[in-house]
Design a protein around this ligand. Sequence first.
Ligand SMILES: [Cu+2]
Length: 341
Amino acid sequence: MTMKRRNTLAATASAIVLALALGGPVSGVESAMADEVAANISRAATDLPVPLAKRAPQTVEVNLETVELVGQLDDGTTYRYWTFNGQVPGPMLRVRVGDTVKVNLTNHPDSWMNHNVDFHAVTGPHGGGHATMAEPGETRSFSFKALKPGLYVYHCATPMAAQHIANGMYGMILVEPEEGLPPVDREFYVMQGEIYTEEAFGTKGELMESYDKLMNERPEYFVFNGSVQGLKTEPLKAKVGETVRIFFGVGGPNYTSSFHVIGEIFDRLYDLGSLGGAVTTDVQTVSVPPGGATIAELTFEVPGQYVIVDHALSRVERGLAAIIEVEGEPNPEVFSAPPGV
Ligand SMILES: [Cu+2]
């Protein structure tokens, strides 16, 4: 049991006692108390490594720690996440084609579960999943050579893998081609996932995972970077005229995303995260499967607020939206509307 978990339970217990003493509603007090101790588990969209300098292939060491902790799912709502390095998604990793990657996976001693990591960038058995199966407190390692450039998902593959992924255990690794990617003004890291809770969407307090809903593929929540509010309260920021690159992936475990930015068009797409072939231009919406990715580039011509969605738009009502704020001079030739609109 982690310290945060103990704190939450203690806080919840005292909140209930307080609520009973005051004759007030338990849930409101409980959720307020839960917020105080729950971690912000949403990884910022700006939290990713910078492009690699041009260099020869080398050996790169990667340290991942699996951490279970209570985090904020929404305002007044918390959930016991399973994570890589304490946030969702796990850290974005960046290597060059030809690099040898040594992966060290440590399962935090306070974990309740075994965990491992399966990299889709690996050529070899289980993507490293069996080699890294770690009990609480254990560290397991393996090495692989990054043979193919592209953007790849990694995830925990410990049975039941769907449960470990739904609880937050996914991230991405970019294998840059020899020449790197063309320079852009800003890069962002966004991943989509589903959360299956016993309680209905919008319930306050600490929610419990639902095995039945997971098996029936009926999530209560759809989230970007792990939580409902994460990329709304910490929006992505850009300026008019800048070119932005979004590394977008789907942890899932089950739902394909119809990735779309309201009010914009993807100028260039490295569809399916492939860096070995043609670039697709001028696309409105792109399908990204669970365990898959895309790299989208877009230039903003007009200032304002843009919203990243999955165009299966019912999911917006279950938490799935991220904001891009674009600053700059108006551009009435491209877009004009009456004042105040
Ligand atoms: Cu796991």
